[in-house]
Design a protein around this ligand. Structure first.
Ligand SMILES: O=C(O)C(=O)C[C@]1(C(=O)O)C=C[C@@H](O)C=C1
Length: 174
């Protein structure tokens, strides 16, 4: 049944100065669900080192062009990739144990990677936009806690995706 207007929640995005960055991180994690659906029941492994290298090369190139430190950007994206694999492994385990929960259609991995490439550009834009706050250890930690806690609630993340979010943001404050 549709929510009554009184119960509807206006989701203006996650809170604080790191809210927009965190929303993109969550969006990328949720694309991990689609990656898992593309690979589950196929011979494509979760780990694809060649594709990871391609992602990180794109990150370094775009970071330099934007004036973001390429090593820090690459470290941030290594965490995004690790977090995506946390999601994918968790979903594979869930779908193996409960085949009735497995996806019934298989999305195209090539199209999903095009989405990931667009998210790379958007995430780098937010790394650039948040350089000031991220450089200040204590304020950054406070803003990150605010953003991740609100993201988990607003986007109704389950335990697997909350765990993956923790992995994805671990180097955000340097
Ligand atoms: O593109 C894939 O195949 C993915 O699984 C996504 C992704 C990523 O997060 O960018 C994660 C794991 C793979 O090793 C390569 C890339």
């Amino acid at each position: 049944a549709p929510l009554t207007p009184e119960l509807a929640i206006t989701t203006g995005g996650s809170f604080g100065r790191l809210g927009p960055l965190t929303d993109l991180v969550v969006e990328r994690l949720l694309v991990g669900d689609d990656v898992a659906a593309a690979k589950f029941g196929t011979s494509s492994p979760i780990d694809d080192p060649a594709r990871e290298q391609q992602v990180l090369d794109q990150v370094r190139k775009q970071a330099v062009a934007l004036g973001v430190a390429p090593d820090a950007a690459a470290a941030f994206f290594r965490d995004q990739i690790t977090a995506s694999k946390v999601v994918q492994r968790g979903l594979f385990a869930r779908w193996t144990a409960h085949p009735d929960e497995a996806p019934t259609t298989r999305p195209d991995l090539g199209q999903i990677r095009t989405r990931l490439d667009r998210l790379t550009t958007e995430l780098l834009g937010q790394l650039k936009a948040t350089q000031d706050v991220r450089a200040q250890r204590v304020p950054c930690t406070v803003q990150l806690a605010l953003a991740t806690a609100s993201a988990a609630v607003l986007q109704d993340l389950d335990a697997l995706h909350r765990q993956a979010l923790g992995t994805a943001v671990r180097s955000t404050c340097g």
